[in-house]
Design a protein. Structure first.
Length: 584
C-alpha cells in the first residue's frame, strides 16, 4: 500500500518543481512524466528515471531533502548476506525493503517507502533492533534483490529440483560415465553457473568450493578475506566437481591428483577467465577458481599506490635500455597488475615488447604475448629462448621459477634487453638471495639487476563511511610511530556502511618497497652477505620499507594501522604487538 503523503499530487508536484528549479528537468520532460504518472499511478521519481530524464541518484537526493530521510544509492552498495538473513526474503520483496547494516542495536534498512511506520514496527518486532529507515528507489531495490538473491536462489532452486533424482552413493562409488551424465544434467549446469556468476557479480577474486564432513561450503574471497556464501549437500558434490572439470577441460576420472585448468565465463556482457585448481582432500576434491577480471587488471602506473619518490625510482628503472627488473610478493599481491602497468607505460610503436606468461591475464594491444604450456614443453625457459630470437627490446617473463629461467633472463638483460619478471620472496632484498640460491653468480646479478619492487595489498578505508579517528596509542608504540607524526595526519577509520557491507573497508591499495641496486649493495652481493645484511644496506641507501609505506598510507587516511599490522608484520611481531596492546 502506497504512503498517502508520498503518493499525493501535492508532494509529486513538489518533487517535480524542485527538479525543474534545480535544472535537472525541462518543463516538457516534467509534463510528459506527469502524464505517464497519471496513466500508470507510479511514483513520479520512478517514472522520471524509467524515461531516462534523470538519474536515480538525483531523484534520491531530491527526495532526501524533501522528506528528511537519508538516501542510499544501492547501485554502489555491497550487501551482507548475514544482515539480509535477519528478514525473510519474502517479506523484503513484499514490502520493498532491504536490510543494509547493523550498528550497535540499530538496523539500517533501505525502503521504497521509509515513512511507512507499520513496516518499521514490523521490522522492529522481527529483529528486536531499532530500525533506521533509509530511502531507496523501487527499481534500485529490485536490482539489489537480483544481486543479493539470484545466485543463491538459483542454487537453492536447482538443489530442490535435483532432490528427487539425487544419488545416494559417494564420489568413489560413481563410475566415470555416471559422473559425466550427472555433470551434463541441466540442473547441475545451472547450479555451477550460479556459483560462478555469484562470485563474479560480487567482485570476488577467488571462489572456493570445499567439501566438509557433512556439507560442502562455497566461499568467495573479497578484498583479500574469505566470506561464506552457501552450502551444497555432499551427495550433489561429485556432479558439481565433474561439471567444473568438463568446463575447464580436466580429467574427470582423475580424483587422486591435483589438476589445473581454465574456464572462460561471460557475465553481464563481460568476459572473465577463471584459473581452476583441484586438490584431493579427505572428504573429496577441493576446487578453487581464481577470477581474472580482464577489465580490472589494467591500472595506470600513477594509480597503483606508489609514494611519489618510489614511483620516480620505478619509472627510472623502466626507462632504462637494458637490465632486469624484478617484482616480488606472495600470490595475490598484485604483481601482474604492476607489471602490466609498467609495460603499458613504455608501450610504443617503436619498440618490440614480447611476454611469456602463465596464464596471459590481459591482452595488451601492440604487445606479443605467449602462453606458457609446460604440458607440451613450452616452459618459461623454453619460451624465453624463443623470444630472444625474435628481436625483442623488452621481455616480460611471468615468473622465474628455476635456475634455467633465471640464467636466461639474466643473460637477456646483459645482452641489451630490458627484462621484467617476478619472484616469490617476502621482500625486495630477498630476491637477490633467491637468485643466488638458484645458482646465479653474484657478478651476473650485480651487472644485470636494476632494481627490485616488493609489494603487498592493504584494504582501503571505505570512503562511504570514513570518519576521523584516533590511532590506538599501544599500536603506535608497537609500530614505532611517534606522537609527532600525528600532526597534520588524516587518520581515518570506516564505521561500517551499506557500501562496504559494514566492514569499514572497500577496495585495496598496494604498499611497495623499491630497492635500487647501488654500489654498496653490489659490494654486499659480491661478498655474499645474507638477506638481512642486504636489507640493512638497502635501507641505509634510502629504501622505504613496505611497513613504512603502509604506515604512511594509514596516516594519510587510505588504510588503518590494524590493517598494516595484519598484512605487513611477521607472526612474531604480530604476537608482540598483541602483547603490548593487552598490557596497555
Amino acid at each position: 500500500m502506497k504512503n498517502p503523503i508520498l503518493s499525493s499530487t501535492a508532494f509529486m508536484g513538489q518533487v517535480g518543481q524542485r527538479l525543474l528549479t534545480d535544472g535537472h528537468l525541462t518543463a516538457a520532460q516534467l509534463e510528459a512524466a506527469m502524464e505517464r504518472k497519471r496513466q500508470t499511478g507510479e511514483f513520479l521519481g520512478e517514472v522520471l528515471v524509467e524515461m531516462g530524464f534523470v538519474s536515480s541518484k538525483v531523484v534520491g537526493k531530491t527526495l532526501e531533502e524533501l522528506i528528511s530521510v537519508p538516501y542510499v544509492d544501492l547501485t554502489e552498495t555491497a550487501l551482507d548476506p548475514q544482515v539480509l538473513s535477519l528478514v525473510s526474503e519474502h517479506y523484503q520483496r513484499r514490502q520493498r525493503v532491504i536490510p543494509l547494516k547493523i550498528e550497535g542495536r540499530h538496523l539500517y534498512v533501505a525502503m521504497a517507502d521509509p515513512l511507512n511506520v507499520m513496516v518499521v514496527d514490523d521490522l522492529h518486532l522481527m529483529t528486536g533492533m531499532k530500525i533506521v529507515p533509509m530511502l531507496a528507489l523501487s527499481h534500485d531495490i529490485n536490482d539489489a534483490f537480483n544481486r543479493a538473491y539470484t545466485a543463491k536462489n538459483k542454487a537453492e532452486s536447482v538443489l530442490k529440483e535435483i532432490e528427487d533424482a539425487e544419488q545416494s552413493g559417494t564420489e568413489q562409488e560413481l563410475s566415470v560415465d555416471q559422473l559425466v551424465d550427472l555433470a551434463e544434467d541441466a540442473p547441475i549446469i545451472r547450479l555451477v553457473n550460479s556459483i560462478i556468476a555469484g562470485g563474479v557479480s560480487s567482485g570476488a577474486s577467488d571462489i572456493h568450493i570445499e567439501p566438509q564432513e557433512k556439507s560442502v561450503r562455497v566461499r568467495y574471497r573479497m578484498d583479500g578475506l574469505l566470506y561464506e556464501q552457501m552450502s551444497i549437500p555432499p551427495h550433489h558434490y561429485p556432479a558439481v566437481v565433474s561439471r567444473i572439470k568438463i568446463m575447464s577441460h580436466l580429467n574427470i576420472a582423475e580424483r587422486r591428483r591435483p589438476q589445473d585448468g581454465r574456464i572462460v565465463f561471460s557475465a553481464d556482457g563481460m568476459s572473465f577467465d577463471l584459473r581452476v585448481s583441484t586438490m584431493p582432500t579427505i572428504y573429496g576434491e577441493k576446487v578453487v577458481m581464481r577470477v581474472l577480471d580482464k577489465s580490472g587488471i589494467m591500472v595506470p602506473l600513477e594509480n597503483l599506490g606508489f609514494h611519489p619518490e618510489q614511483r620516480a625510482l620505478f619509472e627510472g628503472f623502466i626507462r632504462r635500455p637494458h637490465g632486469i627488473i624484478l617484482v616480488t610478493g606472495p600470490t595475490g599481491s598484485g604483481k601482474s597488475t604492476t607489471l602490466y602497468a609498467a609495460l603499458n607505460k613504455i608501450n610504443d610503436v617503436n619498440i618490440n615488447i614480447i611476454t611469456v606468461e602463465d596464464p596471459v591475464e590481459y591482452n595488451l594491444p601492440g604487445i606479443s604475448q605467449m602462453q606458457a604450456n609446460p604440458k607440451i614443453g613450452l616452459t618459461f625457459a623454453a619460451g624465453l629462448r624463443t623470444i630472444v630470437r625474435q628481436d625483442p627490446d623488452v621481455i616480460m617473463v611471468g615468473e622465474i621459477r628455476d635456475s634455467e629461467t633465471a640464467e636466461i633472463s639474466i643473460q637477456a638483460a646483459l645482452t641489451g634487453h630490458l627484462v621484467f619478471s617476478t619472484l616469490h620472496t617476502n621482500d625486495a632484498p630477498g630476491a637477490v638471495v633467491r637468485l643466488q640460491n638458484m645458482g646465479v653468480e653474484g657478478f651476473l646479478i650485480t651487472s644485470a639487476l636494476l632494481g627490485v619492487i616488493g609489494q603487498r595489498l592493504l584494504r582501503k578505508v571505505c570512503n562511504g563511511c570514513a570518519e576521523p579517528a584516533e590511532p590506538d596509542p599501544a599500536l603506535m608504540r608497537a609500530l614505532g610511530i611517534s606522537p609527532e607524526r600525528l600532526e597534520g595526519a588524516n587518520y581515518r577509520k570506516g564505521r561500517g556502511c551499506p557500501k562496504c557491507a559494514g566492514r569499514g573497508y572497500r577496495g585495496r591499495t598496494a604498499a611497495y618497497e623499491v630497492m635500487r641496486v647501488t654500489d654498496r649493495l653490489r659490494e654486499g652481493v659480491m661478498r655474499n652477505v645474507g638477506g638481512a645484511a642486504l636489507k640493512e644496506i638497502a635501507l641505509a641507501d634510502g629504501m622505504m620499507p613496505m611497513r613504512e609505506a603502509g604506515i604512511r598510507k594509514a596516516l594519510d587516511g587510505e588504510t588503518t594501522l590494524e590493517e598494516v599490522c595484519r598484512v605487513l608484520l611477521t607472526e612474531e611481531e604480530a604476537d608482540s604487538v598483541s602483547s603490548i596492546r593487552k598490557a596497555a
